[in-house]
Design a protein around this ligand. Sequence first.
Ligand code: FMN
Length: 346
Amino acid sequence: MAFYPLVRPLAFALDAERAHRLTIALLARTKPRLPPPADPALAVRVAGLDFASPVGLAAGFDKDAEAWRQLLGLGFGFVEVGTLTPRPQAGNERPRLFRLVEDRAAINRMGFNNRGQAEALARLAGPSPGIVGVNIGANKENVGGAAAIADYAAGVRAMTGVADYLTVNISSPNTPGLRALQDAGALDALLEAVIEARGAGPPVFLKVAPDLLPTDIEAIARIAIDRRVDALIVANTTVSRPHLRSPQRGEAGGLSGAPLKPLALARLRDFARATHGALPLIAAGGIASGADAFERIRAGASLVQLYTAMVYEGPRIARRINRELKLLLARHGFARLEEAIGAERS
Ligand SMILES: Cc1cc2nc3c(=O)[nH]c(=O)nc-3n(C[C@H](O)[C@H](O)[C@H](O)COP(=O)(O)O)c2cc1C
């Protein structure tokens, strides 16, 4: 039975952050179900990890790792928790999350609100029914100085034991100065420290912004390859404002959802060109269907992630995209998803 069409008007009557809190609280109280049976055609191996499905839940949905087991049970091939900072922090003043319903989009300026790594660590301990990534950031007061790098290194050390992979997030637009870590000199120093802190730990992914210029992209790709980052996530929310219709379009923050799609796809193609197969790519930004996922995979992504589409489409979205992807692969003559990665370039 389609349950979400009935619930959505109730959820949308609430303030967006309150609705989100309620969703997480309800999920966390539900007994986790085992993930639905995986289709072998959708299996992908990235950075030494075996993903049963290429469709993941992006960071920010389950910041404090409260409901990741339940979210894996919805058919996501992986769930990325966080962004988690070493110490708890409150984030920006509310309201800070806005639905742009007419645009199937959201604007957020959360500012890394989270309860800190130690608390999440306890909730991530124990057996997992799937792949869990931990997205890490720096505490606000440390951004802009050497202490930022120390925060990332501390995050890596703290979360290594519970993460299947770690994501270094330097692309959120809501912590002033954070995105300057994408500049070549800062990025090289950051990645050196992170990779050293990781030691023999899990793969490290780097999450970038969709608002980068071509010269930034070349530099980031080169440094990520040289520092042996394991994958790039392209991309976070945008500070740009494509044409939007919703009354909330003037809110400050990062834009996600459907209007981000062309920009995120263009950046993915830029990074595919710049990395020429040397690094796996993970696509995020406006993905809402099997066709969207397939387009990113053909453009060079090995995996995809989504957040905003789940707000509009509900908890069945991962299963639907898996189903649609399987059909699209067959229609285009691919026996397995891995054959379709980067197919538009070859
Ligand atoms: C409310 C909200 C909070 C987010 N928080 C984070 C975060 O803490 N860390 C992060 O790396 N990305 C965060 N993101 C970005 C998403 O992970 C994703 O990169 C972006 O929303 C684009 O995907 P989408 O269009 O499918 O939402 C957040 C997005 C939203 C909408």
